[in-house]
Design a protein around this ligand. Structure first.
Ligand code: ADP
Ligand code: MG
Length: 152
């Protein structure tokens, strides 16, 4: 199942993050696809701040992952843009990040292919005129359930 949203500006992207936040039930893995500047981090910021984080949300480009503890959830924001070899995920103990209370948001998941858990939900962000088009695809039962909730 697919759900698309036209996002005219940054506020729309943040609002989609907020709408997603309201439906999150861990464990959940969200893969974020799209070119540089497409809005992956902006969407993640909307989501994480809606879960109660009051500080900044920046792309964890050098650390690969930024952890948050929100509402009894472990929220991990990965950005694998600078990952040279998926094996590096092995060295950082990637498996230990995923539990029943984990929400993982992953930018550039293709760089971690093979070692990264499969997505429950994928979000593709694409440039569309001055704005963006977000396409959400449910993969697992949990991802499909989330999309159905988002739609209703
Ligand atoms: P990414 O993480 O995909 O590289 P960022 O979220 O860091 O992208 O940057 C996206 C840029 O586009 C930011 O400057 C943000 O203000 C802007 N932006 C976010 N959403 C929209 C939108 N729907 N329309 C236009 N600009 C947007
Ligand atoms: Mg980013």
């Amino acid at each position: 199942m697919n759900l698309s949203f036209n996002l005219a500006d940054e506020a729309d992207t943040l609002a989609l993050g907020k709408a997603l936040a309201a439906q999150i039930q861990p464990p959940l893995v969200i893969h974020l696809h799209g070119d540089l500047g497409a809005g992956k981090t902006t969407l993640t910021r909307g989501l994480i701040q809606s879960l109660g984080h009051t500080g900044a949300v920046k792309s964890p480009t050098y650390a690969l992952v930024e952890p948050y503890e929100l509402n009894g959830m472990q929220v991990y924001h990965f950005d694998l843009y600078r990952l040279n070899d998926p094996e590096e995920l092995e060295f950082m103990g990637i498996r230990d990040y995923f539990s029943d209370t984990t929400l993982a948001l992953v930018e550039w998941p293709s760089k971690g292919e093979g070692l990264l858990p499969e997505a429950d939900l994928t979000i593709e962000l694409a440039y569309q005129g001055e704005g963006r088009l977000a396409t959400l695809t449910g993969i697992s039962a949990a991802g499909l359930h989330l999309l159905a909730q988002l739609q209703s």
